[in-house]
Design a protein around this ligand. Structure first.
Ligand SMILES: Nc1ncnc2c1ncn2[C@@H]1O[C@H](COP(=O)(O)OP(=O)(O)OP(=O)(O)O)[C@@H](O)[C@H]1O
Ligand SMILES: CC(C)(CO)[C@@H](O)C(=O)NCCC(=O)O
Ligand SMILES: [K+]
Length: 246
């Protein structure tokens, strides 16, 4: 079976198994990638390791060495391309599109074949549109909630706050509420406005650490699929002839 790894900007998520039968999963801070394999149970012996990474070359090298050492395996790294399985990239240089966006689009569109808005709310917020035909119509890349919060903290003296966000958009009556509701408002508002830029109905598919929060805030329906990137990774790996049932 295949070990699937999603290396994001702050966290690394992994799962082990085939398709709907995912046996084990976990996540780990990206800063400690060298320790990642030590958190994976010894009962897991993958036939292959497939990776979606938005991190730099050094992280890939580090993971490659660790996989070689532990299982004698060289991981396969997914890449964005001009088209795959009917999904078509809009970039002139398709390789420049973040592979997490590309795989999330594949995961969301392939099972639906209708127009979708793919919203990945992690360290960054990305909003991508795919037409029913599979054509990528374009997208947006914004700072995520934590980045926005850090920017606000570093650029102001009197904005200080402490608790976790709630799914509320009402005007805040304390610094804390004004900040958190403001952060949410900016993300939810951006999504609302983005949806106005494309014609026709879109099915909304949310992913990422803040996906469920934003889905609840917006109240526009849609589904939350936390494994969108890994679902796309499985599709691409199988299509690339790597053998999904290995
Ligand atoms: N339990 C949680 N653990 C970590 N982050 C969480 C959690 N719940 C919500 N979050 C939010 O999710 C964000 C991280 O999202 P995600 O796990 O998708 O990160 P990522 O994959 O590194 O990001 P990106 O997809 O932009 O590379 C954090 O900024 C935080 O605001
Ligand atoms: C936008 C992020 C950071 C989201 O994780 C990632 O997809 C990325 O690094 N993308 C490269 C730039 C692009 O997608 O155009
Ligand atoms: K991600």
């Amino acid at each position: 079976m295949i070990l699937q790894i999603d290396i994001g900007n702050t966290r690394v998520k992994w799962r082990f198994g085939n398709g709907p039968e995912m046996l084990e999963r976990g996540d780990h801070p990206r800063a400690e990638i060298a320790m990642l394999l030590e958190t994976i149970p010894t009962s897991i012996t993958p036939a292959a390791v497939w990776v979606a990474s938005v991190a730099g070359e050094s992280i890939a090298t580090e993971l490659g060495q660790a996989c070689q050492q532990r299982w004698g395996l060289t991981p396969w790294f997914a890449e964005s391309s001009a088209q795959v399985l009917g999904l078509q990239n809009s970039y002139v240089e398709p390789g420049r599109m973040g592979v997490d966006r590309w795989l999330a689009m594949l995961g969301a569109w392939h099972s639906r074949r209708q127009q979708v808005a793919v919203i990945d709310a992690g360290s960054a917020l990305t909003i991508d549109f795919v037409a029913a035909s599979g054509q990528h119509l374009g997208g947006y890349i914004l700072p995520g909630m934590d980045s926005m919060e850090r920017a606000l903290l570093s650029d102001t003296d009197r904005v200080r706050f402490g608790t976790a966000p709630r799914d509320r958009l009402e005007p805040g009556r304390s610094t804390e509420a004004a900040v958190y509701n403001g952060l949410l408002l900016s993300q939810a508002g951006a999504i609302r406005l983005a949806l106005e830029q494309v014609s026709g109905d879109c099915e909304l598919v949310f992913s990422g650490g803040n996906g469920a929060l934003l889905c609840a805030c917006l109240g526009l329906g849609g589904t939350v699929e936390v494994d969108l990137v890994l679902d796309g990774l499985l599709l691409l790996g199988a299509e690339s002839g790597l053998g999904a049932s290995a």
